[in-house]
Design a protein around this ligand. Structure first.
Ligand code: PGA
Length: 313
């Protein structure tokens, strides 16, 4: 009989619930997100497990883990929902209305400029919904692996995945210090001298940290770590408070920081990397995503760069 499994599953809702459990990491969080009760979500998962004929998750300690069958079901749910989104966008196009949804997965540092890029697009296409998923590089690589979003922004795309990469903007990393720091009175500070200073660094898994460690490694120096903080904003505050030097993407520095922070002039800095649009090879885009890609093609990148904190000398 054709579509045997489809007939057994019966309703998209079961797949939607499965995907929500994977997205939110637990049955209770999925229930919250879907405005359902926990027993309803558990029951729907049990129905889906019965339909596919294999357990979809297991609970060890208090943590829920998807089984291999669970991951396959999530992949199927994602494909089905993507196809429905594409249908929605195409039907919208038929009636002249550009609508749909675009899911972005972006590294933490990109959240400083991405809204500037999305703004004009959202104004032009008010019926297209945007979902912005933000996390550090490792977290976003995991989303990419699991095909959770349409488009990704990385400065350091993963090397081992089958992906398409398009460069679009520079990402300079600069050394910053609190106003009044003695290094700010000097120019062309040798890298070796900077390497003697303890740094306030982003957490492991961060692309910024990855770039800093690679740079130090290239110069045969180890990074002296004073403190690890999971947020660019909190690092700026730690630097302002005189706890140490930081190395951050210039996108994170805004006019509001002027007067409290300044760039240190170190030889070899800024370390210039780039931002890339990334998507999985073979990804089928909805019309909404295609409209977005067309709209950014001709954008002047300088329009989305940030204003800047000064040097002191
Ligand atoms: P991060 O990523 O926010 O994880 O540091 C920035 C980057 O990839 O350079």
């Amino acid at each position: 009989m054709p579509h045997r499994l489809l007939n057994r599953i019966g309703t998209f809702r079961l797949l939607q619930v499965m995907k929500a459990v994977s997205d939110h990491g637990s049955i209770s969080a999925a229930a919250n997100a879907l405005h359902l009760t926990q027993p309803t979500v558990s029951m729907q998962l049990a129905k889906l497990a019965e339909a596919v004929g294999a357990p979809l998750y297991e609970v060890i300690g208090r943590q829920l883990y998807l089984t291999e069958a669970g991951w396959l079901a999530v992949e199927c749910a994602t494909d089905v929902m993507d196809a429905v989104d594409r249908l929605d966008a195409s039907i919208g196009d038929l009636s002249g209305l550009k609508r749909g949804r675009i899911r972005f997965g972006v590294v933490t540092t990109a959240k400083y400029f991405l809204p500037h890029l999305l703004g004009p697009f959202c104004k032009q296409y008010p019926e297209i919904d945007i979902e912005l998923n933000v996390g550090n590089r490792q977290h976003i690589i995991d989303r990419l692996k699991n095909n959770k979003d349409d488009l990704y922004v990385f400065s350091h795309p993963p090397e081992s995945l089958d992906i398409v990469i398009n460069e679009f903007l520079e990402n300079p990393l600069s050394v910053i210090a609190a106003i009044g720091h003695p290094l700010l009175a000097r120019a062309r500070i040798p890298f070796g001298e900077l390497a003697d200073y303890p740094l306030i660094l982003r957490e492991r898994g961060s692309g910024t940290r990855h770039a800093i460690e690679a740079h130090f490694h290239q110069q045969n120096r180890a990074v002296k770590e004073k403190m690890t903080i999971e947020s660019n904003e909190a690092i700026k505050h730690a630097v302002m408070a005189g706890l140490g030097l930081g190395i951050l993407s210039e996108h994170t520095l805004t006019q509001g920081d002027t007067g409290q922070l300044a760039r240190v002039d170190v030889v070899g800095f800024p370390i210039v990397h780039h931002w890339y649009w990334v998507h999985r090879k073979g990804k089928r885009f909805s019309r909404a995503v295609e409209h977005f890609l067309t709209s950014i093609k001709d954008r002047e990148p300088s329009l989305i760069t940030q204003p800047f904190v000064a040097r002191e000398h």
